[in-house]
Design a protein around this ligand. Sequence first.
Ligand code: MG
Length: 453
Amino acid sequence: MGALFGTNGVRGITNSELTPELALGLGKAIGTFYKAGSRIMVGRDIRAGGDMIVRALTSGLLSSGVQVDYAGVLPTPALQYGIRKRQYDGGVMVTASHNPAEFNGIKVLGPDGVEAEAHVEEAIEKYYFSRKFREAKWQDLNRDVAMAPGVIDEYIKEILSKVDAKRIRKRGFKVLIDGGNSVGSLASVRVAKELGCEVHEVATDLDPLFPSRPPEPTHASLEKSAALVKRFGADIGVAHDGDADRAVFIDSQGRVQFGDRSGTLLAYWCSKKSGKAKNTVITPFSSSNLVEDFLGREGIKVKWTRIGSIHVSKAMLESGAIAGFEDNGGFAYPKHQRVRDGAMTFALMLDFLASQDKSSAELFDMLPKYQTEKIKIPLTKGMDVGKILRKVKSKYKGVGKVVDTDNDGLKMVADGFWFIVRKSGTEPVLRISVEAKSRSVLYDTMRELKKLI
Ligand code: MG
C-alpha cells in the first residue's frame, strides 16, 4: 500500500482531502502510465463531488495524451464489464464504495476490468510525486471526451444470460431491493423485473447525500429493510453498497446474512451449475470457518487468501476457481467476470432459490451455526497498531494458534473460537471480528479484546 492508494484505490473526504487538484494530478499520472493514445473509460457512482472529480481527473488524463470515454453514473461492476467487453486499455471509477457519504475516491481498473495491482499503483504514485507527466502536444488534443452509452444495458443482458431466467420467472418471487440511494438501484431493480419478480423498492432513488442509510450494508444499517422483508413476506431481500459491487442478503425470516454465508451457498450453487465434481473457491482469511466446514463436505476445495478483492481476483485466475467471495458481501462469478458484482450475485441467488424447493431462510439454515460479531474502533492519534497487536498476541499465547496473514493484522484460532484484529485498508479504523461456537464465549472474547485495545 502506497502513500496515496489504499486497498481499494485512493479515498479521501471530498474537496478537503480528495480535491480537484489531487484528481487532476492523478489523472495526469494515470494517463502517463498508459501509452499515448490509449482508450480509457471513466465512470462514477452518485456520490457528492463525483462530477467535480471526474472533470478534474479527465482533464489530467487528456493532458497526458490518452482518449477518454465517459460511461456516466453506473455500478462499478458495470464499468468493469464495459471496459473488458468494449476492449478499452483501462478505466477509472470515481467512487468511495462503502465509505461514509463525505468520502469519494478514485479506483484504477485494468483492461480486464480488474482493480489495478499494487505495482501499477506504485508506478502511478511515482509519476504523481515526481510530477514527470507526459504532456500531449496541442495538435494531439483534438478529440473531445465521448459518451459511452449503453454499458449498463449490455451488462444487465449478460447477467440475465448467466441464469435460468425461465425457471426464475415461473416462481414469481417477491423481492426487496435496498439500493441505499446509490447506483445498485440502476441494475438490480431491472434484473429483478426482467426475472418476473414483484419488487419492493427501498431507497432506490439516487441521492448523493445517502439519506436512507450509510453506504455500507451492515446489520445496523439494514435493520429497517430486514423488518420490511418480513412484513412484505418477501422471498429474499438484497442490499448494495455505494458502488454496488457488494450484495448483502436478508432471508425470508428477516435475518441479515453476511457475505461469507451467502457466498458459501452461492459457491455451492456455482459448483453444481458447473457440472464438474471438483471445484475450488477463493475467500480471504477474514471469512468464517463455516465456509470450509460446509463446502469441504461437498468436495469443494477452499483456498484462503489475503484480505482485498484484488487478491481474490488474482487467486481465482491462478486456480481456475468457480467463485470467489468476501465476508462483506463481495461475490465474483468468473463465468460472468472475475470481479465482485452485486447485481450478478443477486441474480445467482434467485437462480439458486428457483432450483430449490426451500425458502431462503431454510437454505441459510443448512449452514453451520456460529456466533459472529464484527466491530470497528476509530483510530485516534497516538494509537500504535503494532503495539496493540503484540499485546493481544501475548495475551492469547498458548490459548490459540496464530494464522499467517502475510502481515495484514492478527488472526488467532483457538478451540471453539477465532478472531481477527486488523487495521482497515479503506478507512481509519481498527476492525475486530470474533466468531465462536457459543454466545458466551463470543461475548467474553469480544469484551477481553476491547479491554486490551
Ligand atoms: Mg464497493
